[in-house]
Design a protein around this ligand. Structure first.
Ligand SMILES: Nc1ncnc2c1ncn2[C@@H]1O[C@H](COP(=O)(O)OP(=O)(O)OP(=O)(O)O)[C@@H](O)[C@H]1O
Ligand SMILES: [Mg+2]
Length: 381
């Protein structure tokens, strides 16, 4: 047996350099096949490029994602998979990354980059990049995930939130308009008629013929009843929407609100407004009035407070409303009761006017609501 002949004896063949090279090549081929199988089973597209940014590795997911077969893709510039308008910036990004110290990173932290399929379709991708130096050669590997579905779902969610918000605003505006109409009719139609009747009853009382004591007592009762009914009509109309909000403006309406809430509840309510001449656009006036109304109603309903302070001030184009009570407090982070809509509506009103609402409270510490509304670029979106 010569030294070059294959042999079953491992001791002998170990010494044979050709057989050893063949075995090494076979091991290498098996290892490459294993690596390829792993790369091809990956859900993400994996592309390796050399320092000239030409493809040297293209896995099965990359084939499916971009629509090129592996043998077509190898040798193509990485720019093939990027829309023309992003190519320069993208190539520069990869180069800059290669020059940097880090060996791997997400390509666009918190931002999605854009890919280009063979048929010209653009799609959003989440990309990570790493680089590796082999001898004198440098390789970059990008791992790409098609996030079209996620981006679409996020966009749908954003649009649906926006639509819901617009719907809520439209419903609220309709309700407000309707309340205003009913309040106006109660006040102007019913209120005026009742007042006229009171005047007629007063005239009858004054001109009652002698010797009809039963009539006098009845007229007395009618007058008292009419007086109470006029009062009730005014109260119901004001509760719907205080007409002074439209007729006299926000400040008198807030003064009326704070005073009425205090009288009805027994809580000592105080209002401070830094600018007594404050006038706001109608949407803002209504929002501020309803916000203070909801905050005070919550204090009366839930807080068991002795004092409530309402502070309205305007500075640097921002209107700040602070409503504070010294009541029992609560945990604002607790899940909302299904039937509770007050604070939700308050936040919605605030965000429609691009403002912020902050609620600070804890059991035993009272509650502070702070709403900030920008006034400069005011107006609904
Ligand atoms: N000032 C406050 N003091 C104590 N608890 C409060 C105060 N404001 C709100 N809460 C608590 O927060 C909850 C949610 O308030 P929210 O105004 O959203 O609903 P609600 O007042 O219960 O019902 P709705 O306003 O829809 O009539 C209340 O049920 C109450 O437990
Ligand atoms: Mg409420």
């Amino acid at each position: 047996m010569t030294a070059n002949e294959p042999s079953g004896d491992p001791g002998e063949s170990a010494m044979d350099p050709i057989a050893e090279r063949l075995r090494t090549q076979a091991r290498l081929a098996a290892s490459e096949a294993r690596l390829r199988a792993i790369l091809d089973s990956a859900m993400d597209a994996i592309i390796t490029v050399d320092e000239a940014q030409r493809v040297v590795l293209f896995n099965a997911a990359a084939e499916a994602m971009f629509g090129y077969r592996r043998d077509e893709a190898v040798g193509l510039p990485l720019a093939t998979f990027v829309p023309a308008r992003f190519r320069d910036a993208h190539a520069e990004q990869v180069r800059a990354f290669g020059a940097g110290a880090r060996s791997s990173r997400r390509m666009a932290d918190a931002r999605v980059v854009t890919g280009l399929r063979r048929d010209g379709e653009e799609f959003p991708i989440d990309a990570a990049i790493s680089h590796l130096t082999e001898g004198a050669r440098r390789f970059y590997t990008v791992i790409l995930r098609d996030v079209s579905a996620r981006v679409r779902a996020l966009e749908d969610l954003r649009r649906s939130k926006e639509e819901l918000s617009q719907l809520a605003a439209a419903a609220e505006a309709t309700r407000e308009h309707e309340k205003s109409r009913i309040a106006r009719e109660l006040h102007d139609e019913l209120g005026q008629s009742l007042t006229m009747m009171r005047m007629d009853v007063a005239w009858c009382k004054a001109n009652l013929p002698q010797g009809a004591p039963g009539f006098a007592a009845r007229l007395e009762r009618m007058e008292a009843l009419l007086k109470a009914t006029v009062g009730a009509t005014r109260r119901i109309a004001s509760d719907l929407r205080p007409l002074m909000l439209d007729d006299l403006g926000l400040v008198p309406a807030l003064e009326w609100l704070v005073q009425t809430m205090g009288q009805r509840s027994g809580i000592e309510c105080r209002l401070t407004i830094d600018d007594p001449g404050l006038t706001l656009p109608p949407a803002h006036s209504t929002a501020v009035f309803r916000i203070v109304q909801e905050a005070l109603t919550n204090i009366v309903k839930h807080a068991k407070a002795a004092h409530a302070d309402v502070d309205v001030r305007q500075r640097d184009g921002v209107l700040t409303i602070v409503v504070r009570d010294d009541g029992v407090g609560f945990v604002p982070e607790d899940p909302r009761e299904p039937s509770s809509f007050g604070l939700l509506g308050l936040r919605e009103r605030t965000s429609l006017l691009r403002g912020t609402a902050t609620l600070r409270s804890a059991p035993g510490t009272g509650t502070t609501l702070e709403v900030a509304l920008p006034l400069l670029r005011a107006g609904p979106p």
